[in-house]
Design a protein around this ligand. Structure first.
Ligand SMILES: [Zn+2]
Length: 82
């Protein structure tokens, strides 16, 4: 089997992604009585009592809307953690 390398590539390697294609970042914010997922696209998740539920909200939103989960996903300041 031979591959014709003279054919142009479908996605040029030098093409930079445009601003419209850059995904928004979703993260989980922790405060004293609320854990809530928020995204750069404007979406705000429901306030949750459990951190794990807000993580599920954030990952579900990222999967359904093409947004990117933040690393680390949960924004925890250890000094303020109860
Ligand atoms: Zn989003």
């Amino acid at each position: 089997m031979t591959i014709d390398i003279s054919a142009p590539r479908r996605t040029p390697s030098s093409a930079l992604p445009s601003k419209a294609e850059t995904p928004s970042v979703v993260r989980v914010l922790i405060s004293r009585f609320r854990r809530q997922a928020r995204c750069g696209c404007g979406w705000t998740g429901r306030r949750r009592l459990l951190r794990s539920l807000s993580v599920v909200d954030a990952l579900t939103h990222a999967a359904l809307h093409g947004c990117q989960p933040a690393v680390p996903l949960v924004d925890v300041d250890i000094g303020d953690r109860p």
